[in-house]
Ligand binder design. Structure first.
Ligand code: NAP
Length: 495
């Protein structure tokens, strides 16, 4: 399949996703009541695909298949090295089917095709490869003890993992959970976001082709309201791996808590990017723009709040005005596009209402400030707003769009206080040429990850996750695999 530049129609999509069905116990099937949902291409507002709308009995069937697969050991009973071979094969197939995956992700979410290839697909393959290596190292340890006994620990998989993911990075975020859960020997039931489920269907086929046995990986598409609670509260589920908004994350954690099931919760963000006057301004401005426009600002780790040291405040606003106006916005299938549409009409409306409220609160629109009428798609202009108080909704809340608020500061302490002043703590950034300041400030930022003179450098080997209301737990790195295993102690008497 080749990508037709500048225009995608439903007929360009792989067959598996055009009429998406559920993948349960290795079999593609309709929803039990035959229900379907239309998936909209956000670049045109047209229907791109139709997927099954799972019922709770479909969810039960998926959990039952995953449980049976776990218990008979067809995956959990393999050695780490055998699982590793299959996960490496999955990484290879992701690379071989990169164009299919990239086009699907771009059509589903509105991602510029260039980034869908270079970021989303490439990262997914890297994740499978990284955890494939870790699968071979899930060792326990021997413990010295005065007991007359040989004491050691084993790291064992948990059982059935439910993976629930949001709309903005479907392929990456599902791979993060699924690859780690599978590497540790668990079975998985995956519920992708209702608006963007298509790449999950492709991945079901890829994992089966790689050799993951039937029942070990299952996909149920449909609404979180119907399926989410049901899956989270299911008594046969051993862990919930959730990424999404803070509000839904709270509900998921509370519900899983009733069954005393562990949850990893990767939630909302509203990161501050602190730009000191001593930074390399040309480089820093590029970083600032990338941090707020990437993925149309639908990026939990984006940098929507810019804090600028006062001596360079007016200069920075002037540069941003011209540079942001020049960011290429448009059809995501055009390889030159940097900003595509919002993923849905709902997201577009949400961004518009925040910007209108910011204008009403006295915000000065430096550039942008409204939707863009293009091809019937859900486009919003990259927007920079100055002059807002720190308590404005656009500063404190997660807009999740290509919108940057800019605030001046006078001292390092003030910058840190402003950066830490929201309920979130997912990411933060410091742009400075002073190495001592970089260490000092990054140590004081309430965030799971801090980027210095950069933004969004991510790697499967480096853990990420939130503090405060941005969530619990860490993904990526060996830390992620820890959360998909439990430690069992075995003590064998020697006398
Ligand atoms: P969302 O509304 O919280 O939905 C996330 C997932 O939860 C979707 O699959 C959704 O299904 C499902 N869901 C909805 N209600 C549920 C319920 N009662 N029980 C269980 N599951 C339920 O989030 P979103 O709007 O898709 O994504 C944006 C949010 O995700 C932002 O806040 C962003 O910051 C956050 N995010 C965080 C990270 C991170 O790593 N920390 C990464 C990416 C995104 P439906 O889609 O069918 O409603």
């Amino acid at each position: 399949m080749t990508i037709q530049e500048f225009r995608t129609t439903a007929s360009d999509l792989p067959d598996a996703v055009v009429n998406g069905r559920l993948f349960i116990n290795g079999v593609w099937r309709e929803a039990s009541d035959g229900g379907t949902t239309a998936i909209i291409n956000p670049a045109t507002g047209e229907v791109a695909a139709t997927v099954a709308a799972s019922t709770t009995s479909d969810a039960d069937a998926a959990v039952a298949a995953a449980k049976a697969a776990f218990e008979d050991g067809r995956w959990s009973g393999l050695s780490g090295r055998e699982r590793s071979r299959i996960l490496n094969k999955a990484a290879q197939l992701i690379r071989e089917r990169a164009e299919e995956l990239a086009l699907t992700e771009s059509t589903d979410v509105g991602k510029p095709i260039t980034f869908a290839r270079a970021v989303d697909v490439a990262t997914a393959a890297d994740q499978y490869e990284y955890v494939a290596a870790l699968a071979q190292q899930l060792d326990g340890s021997v413990r010295e003890t005065p007991l007359h006994a040989h004491a050691f620990t084993r790291r064992e998989p948990l059982g059935v993992v439910v993976a629930i993911t949001p709309f903005n990075f479907p392929l990456i975020l599902s791979s993060t959970k699924i690859a780690a859960a599978l590497a540790a020997g668990n079975s998985v039931v995956h519920k992708p976001a209702g608006d963007t489920p298509l790449s999950a269907l492709l991945m079901a086929g890829i994992l089966a082709d790689a050799g993951v046995p039937a029942g070990v990986f299952n996909v149920v598409t449909g609404s979180g309201g119907t399926l989410g609670d049901h899956l989270v509260a299911h008594p046969d589920v051993s862990k919930v791996a959730f990424t999404g908004s803070t509000d839904v994350g709270r509900k998921v954690a509370a519900l899983a808590g009733q069954n005393l099931r562990p949850v990893t919760a990767e939630l909302g963000g509203n990161a501050a990017n602190i730009l000191f006057a001593d930074a390399d301004l040309d480089k820093a401005i590029g970083t600032v723009i990338g941090a707020f426009v990437f993925n149309s600002g639908q990026f939990c780790m984006g940098g929507p709040r810019l804090l600028v040291e006062r001596p360079v405040y007016e200069t920075v606003l002037g540069i941003l005005k011209d540079a942001v106006a020049g960011v290429p916005v448009g059809d995501p299938t055009n390889p030159g596009t940097v900003v595509g549409p919002m993923a849905s009409r709902k997201q577009l409306d949400k961004v518009s209402s925040y910007v209108e409220a910011a204008k009403a609160a006295g915000g000065e629109i430096i550039v942008g400030g409204g939707p863009l009428d293009l091809d019937g798609g859900f486009y919003y202009q990259p927007t920079v707003i100055a002059g807002l108080g720190n308590d404005a909704a656009a500063v404190q809340e997660e807009i999740f769009g290509p919108v940057l608020t800019v605030q001046p500061f006078d001292t390092e302490e003030e910058a840190i206080a402003l950066a830490n002043s929201t309920e979130y703590g997912l990411a933060s950034g410091v742009q400075t040429s002073n190495i001592s300041r970089a260490h000092r400030v990054s140590s004081k930022l309430d965030a799971g990850i801090v980027w210095v003179n950069s933004w969004a450098l991510l790697d499967p080997a480096v853990p990420f996750g939130g503090v405060k209301n941005s969530g619990w737990g860490r993904e990526y790195g060996p830390e992620a695999l820890e959360s998909y295993t439990r430690t069992k102690s075995v003590i064998i008497a020697t006398d």
